[in-house]
Design a protein around this ligand. Structure first.
Ligand code: HPA
Ligand code: ZN
Length: 324
């Protein structure tokens, strides 16, 4: 099964580039930028990666991003992730980035996007991995702040395919971002959002009805509402499921109780993703391997999940056909 998974061509649809920041690269960049980090060794960092909930993780995730200052830092971060894609037979990836995490610290939007896009272009040329970008708004900040980010993105519009919504879900419903999503769609960005990870099914409804999202990031809690499940199936929307993220953040208590198989049985279009691989104990292939073992998934289940990853990508139809 491991070999089958490793050889399976796949796409990754839910990945935060800041969450791919491996401790070894973090030390290297901190050193060259002469920034102190509150850890003395990789082992110390790994020990700190023990989370009780989403917020626990987010606190450390934003802190780690502080060492990213220069275009080269964003380039190295992104290229290093794309090399891992190539090694795992991930042929295409849809990368989320959080501009506000960086612009809040005085790093310019241009520095962030130039570093990331140059790495994406080089990786496509050198190692054949295609990618597109999803600019994610931080939902713990105001809608006004998201509007500022939207405005900053306009000169780089041709480099960005979609907008997303991430960070602390509880207490920050999708409806808070109604206007900025509407404006983003008017600029040509495709809307997606994290919903139903820690938040209730009602937040998934809002993301669909109010933000008009085309794909649901996580979406686990849709299972609490039968009419919502029916609606998602009817609309043929995919869920980007992240098994190791779910157990790391206690969204699911044990992989053996993960609802992935149930989702497939209900006709929901699930995909497998790593979310923040440097923090949650595994890249995409490890997610496939662990969930296969826990739920005893068949080869045809795995094939379906990989097919879904291409079918529900945000690539245009012509490009999608090259992978299907
Ligand atoms: N949920 C919300 N925000 C995030 C996540 C996540 O899983 N990863 C990075 N930012
Ligand atoms: Zn995520």
């Amino acid at each position: 099964m491991k070999l089958f998974i490793e050889n399976l061509p796949k796409a990754e649809l839910h990945l935060h580039i800041e969450g791919s920041f491996e401790p070894s690269l973090m030390f290297k960049i901190a050193e060259r930028n002469k920034i102190e980090i509150p850890f003395n060794s990789i082992e110390e960092i790994e020990k700190a990666y023990n989370f009780n909930c989403l917020q626990d993780f987010l606190d450390i995730y934003y802190q780690s991003a502080n060492v990213l200052i220069k275009e080269q830092d964003f380039y190295d971060l992104t290229y290093s992730y794309l090399e891992k894609c190539a090694a795992q037979n991930v042929r295409h990836t849809e990368i989320m980035f959080d501009p506000q995490t960086h612009t809040k610290r005085g790093v310019s939007f241009k520095t962030v996007i130039d570093g990331i896009t140059k790495a994406c272009e080089a990786a496509e040329e050198n190692i054949g991995v295609t990618s597109l970008l999803i600019m994610s708004y931080l939902r713990h900040l105001s809608e006004e702040d998201a509007f500022k980010t939207l405005k900053e993105s306009i000169p780089f519009k041709n480099k960005i395919t979609a907008v997303g919504l991430d960070s602390s879900e509880q207490g920050n419903p999708p409806s808070k971002f109604k206007n900025v999503f509407e404006a983003s769609v008017n600029e040509g960005y495709i809307p997606v959002a994290h919903a139903g990870e820690e938040g209730p099914a009602a937040y998934v409804w809002e993301a669909i009805d109010i933000l008009g999202i085309k794909r649901i990031d996580h979406g686990n809690n849709c299972l609490q509402d039968e009419s919502l499940i029916k609606e998602i199936v009817k609309r043929d929307m995919a869920l980007t499921i992240c098994p190791l993220s779910n157990t790391s953040l206690h969204v699911v208590d044990d992989l053996k109780n993960h609802p992935l198989k149930k989702m497939l049985d209900l006709g929901l279009k699930a995909t497998i993703n790593s979310d923040d691989p440097a923090y949650f104990g595994g890249q995409v292939n490890r997610n496939y391997i662990e969930i296969q073992k826990a739920l005893n998934l068949s080869k045809s289940d795995l094939y379906l999940l990989a097919q879904n990853s291409f079918k529900y990508s945000l690539l245009n139809e012509d490009k999608k056909q090259q992978y299907l």
